[in-house]
Every structure is written in structure tokens, then in C-alpha cells.
Design a protein around this ligand. Structure first.
Ligand code: G6P
Length: 360
């Protein structure tokens, strides 16, 4: 069953492997009989009525929100702000006239997010919750819910919920664009089917990622992940994954910011993992890799078909350019998993962390 490990040594590995199925489940759940997007008409109306969207979330769900911002702004052309739930209450930004709040939460129980929901309800603003648990507090208390259909996620480190959140946000953005009659030639359901197959090919290559994890993370004290543009969103999640379960001090940085401080931390052998899946920043991120390599870093480039160069550690198969986070995160999840495994860490139940945090 969904809540048993079966033949897997850890829930995390099982949940990483489930991602292609989750993508297909989402396609099925969000598709009507004419292969068009099927989405709650009230959610569509709420999106159309918003002059600005405020995404509120914590942890991995916050990182999915960063990707969602890009989708909603580029595809549906609605301005979006993404906020860490715990900070939002202290420093509420000046809200627009017709805000829509989107709460992203795997569990639907995160207290920090709930307290923002309570605040925004008091102000009378509409709220949509995107969650894996439809009966959860955040789902019950919001006006609308979109379900992730990812099945129970047991490992503390979130994997399939992150990719499910991104997939649902892509569908939501395209649905809104269609309702606004924006010209956007991109069928998210078809593209997600391609993503599912690519995910499958990646989870079939576990030995490759296990070896990369050994090469880069076996003994290190720290590690850096760098990316530009949408890769920057994913490297932040990559760093969170690694620190959560392997206890390696890890940070995700914007390639262009390195020179403004972080590059001072590069020493002989410091692991720097770069994502290069975005065409218009391909050369600049590679420039950053050269800069850190020249200072002794142990560098690894994970690129995408069409953008690859000789010497890249791994080349991801091509997917739609907006959906690259869905596939580039999979190697990052597997690298973290194997790093933790080979450092004898408790993969599914890392120290000091809880699956869902119901205190503020
Ligand atoms: C906890 C978990 C994280 C998760 C975060 C937000 O800190 O350890 O993995 O990303 O809560 O959880 P949510 O259920 O709101 O997505």
C-alpha cells in the first residue's frame, strides 16, 4: 500500500520513484473527456478576478512557489509575490486592490501558513490552498482547494509533493491564460506526459547519481549549488534537500551573486553543483563554474539536451523550457538521498525535523 515501503529501503527513494506516476495521475485528474484542462470553475474565476497573487508557503513548498510565480507571471500574466509564511505576518506588504492568496502546503497543516490564512480571511481576501491533503486545515479554511494527488508522502524530505505542486501550478497558469484568451501555445498535459517519461529515465539511472554523490559529497563539510533564472529556484531546493538529510552545510546561490560575496568561501575541493538548463543564461552560468573551478572548487554541471557541452557531468533529456524544474530536481533529490545514505544518516527521519510543523 501507499504507506508501506515495500521493497524500498526508504520512503524517500520510493517517493522519488513515484514521481512519474504522480505526473500521470495529475494529468488524469486535471483532464476532461476532450483532453482539455479540467479545473474548478470557481478557482478560474478567482484567478481572473485577481490583480495580484500572493503565494504563501514554507520549506520545500515555498520553493515550489518560486517556480509557480514564474509560471503565473509568464503564462497567465498576473503579477505574483512569493512569501515565506512565517515572515509574512510581521511584515505584510501593501496589498493590491484585488489580491488572491495561494497557500501551498503538502500537509495543509503548517501553522505558519495557517496564521497568514487567518489574517487574510479577517481582511476578507479570497484564498486558494494547493495541498496533498484535501481535508486538512488549510484546505477547509480556504475558499478553494486544488489537490496534488501525490499519495501520502512519508519521508520528512519532500520530493513528490514538490513536483506535484509545480505540475498543478503549471496547469493552473495555463488554464488562466486560456480563460484570458492569451495566446499561449503550450499544452501542459501533453508536456507533463513527456516530463513523466523523462523522470522515469532519470530514476532508472540511480547508479549514476549514487556515484556522483560519492564523488562530491562523501567527505565534504559544505556544498554549493548554483543556477541562474529558473535554475536558481531549483538549486535553492537542491540545497535544502541536501542539508535536511545529509547535514552537509549547503546553499543555493544565484550564479550572478557569487562574485558579491559567496565566492570567498570557495576552497580547494569545495563541491559546486551547477544547473544549466536555461538557454539564455547557459554561457553565464558556465562562466561562474570556471570562476569557482579556478579557485579550486570541485565542479559538476548538470545541463540539458541542446545546451550541453563536453565535460558536463550529466545531460538531462529535453523537456518544455518552462518545465525544466520538474526534471532537474530529480538528480538533486537522488544526490541528496545517496549523500545521506553513504554518510549513514537517517534518511527518512532526519534529526530535529518534523514532517509537518504545527507550531509557529
Ligand atoms: C516541514 C517539512 C518540510 C516542508 C515544510 C512545509 O518543515 O519538514 O519538508 O517543506 O514543513 O510543509 P507543508 O506541509 O506546508 O508543505
Amino acid at each position: 500500500t501507499d504507506t508501506e515501503k515495500g521493497t524500498y529501503p526508504h520512503f524517500m527513494l520510493k517517493e522519488i520513484d513515484e514521481q512519474p506516476f504522480v505526473m500521470r495521475k495529475i494529468i488524469q485528474e486535471y483532464q476532461d473527456e476532450n483532453d482539455e484542462i479540467k479545473l474548478d470553475a470557481n478557482v478560474r474565476k478567482a484567478m481572473l478576478g485577481a490583480d495580484r497573487i500572493y503565494i504563501i508557503a514554507a520549506g520545500t513548498s515555498y520553493h515550489a512557489g518560486l517556480v509557480g510565480k514564474e509560471f503565473i507571471e509568464k503564462i497567465a500574466q498576473i503579477p505574483v509575490e512569493v512569501h515565506v509564511a512565517s515572515e509574512f505576518s510581521y511584515n505584510m506588504p501593501l496589498l493590491s486592490e484585488k489580491p488572491l492568496f495561494i497557500f501551498i502546503s503538502q500537509s495543509g497543516e503548517t501553522a505558519d501558513s495557517r496564521s497568514v490564512l487567518v489574517q487574510t480571511k479577517e481582511l476578507g481576501h479570497p484564498a486558494l490552498t494547493i495541498t496533498n491533503v484535501p481535508g486538512s486545515t488549510l484546505s477547509r479554511e480556504a475558499d478553494y482547494t486544488l489537490h496534488l494527488h501525490a499519495g501520502p508522502e512519508i519521508a520528512v524530505a519532500s520530493t513528490k509533493a514538490y513536483t506535484a505542486q509545480i505540475a498543478v501550478l503549471a496547469i493552473l497558469a495555463v488554464d488562466t491564460a486560456k480563460a484570458k484568451s492569451l495566446d499561449f501555445s503550450f499544452d501542459p498535459l501533453q508536456e507533463l506526459a513527456i516530463v513523466a517519461s523523462v523522470m522515469e529515465s532519470l530514476t532508472d539511472q540511480k547508479e549514476t547519481f549514487e556515484q556522483i554523490a560519492k564523488d562530491f559529497f562523501a567527505e565534504t563539510r559544505n556544498a554549493f549549488f548554483i543556477g541562474r533564472s529558473s535554475d536558481y529556484n531549483v538549486v535553492q531546493e537542491a540545497a535544502l534537500k541536501l542539508k535536511e538529510i545529509s547535514y552537509i552545510q549547503a546553499e543555493g546561490f544565484a550564479g550572478g551573486e557569487l562574485k558579491h560575496g559567496t565566492i570567498a568561501l570557495i576552497e580547494e575541493g569545495t563541491p559546486v553543483i551547477a544547473l544549466a538548463t536555461v538557454g539564455n543564461v547557459n554561457l553565464s552560468i558556465r562562466g561562474n563554474v570556471q570562476e569557482v573551478a579556478a579557485r579550486g572548487a570541485n565542479t559538476c554541471i548538470i545541463s540539458m539536451e541542446g545546451l550541453e557541452q563536453e565535460g558536463d557531468t550529466f545531460v538531462l533529456p529535453h523537456v518544455h523550457e518552462l518545465l525544466t524544474p520538474l526534471v532537474s530536481v530529480v538528480p538533486m533529490q537522488l544526490l541528496s538521498y545517496y549523500a545521506a545514505l553513504h554518510r549513514d544518516c537517517d534518511v527518512d527521519k532526519p534529526r530535529n525535523l518534523a514532517k509537518s510543523v504545527t507550531v509557529e
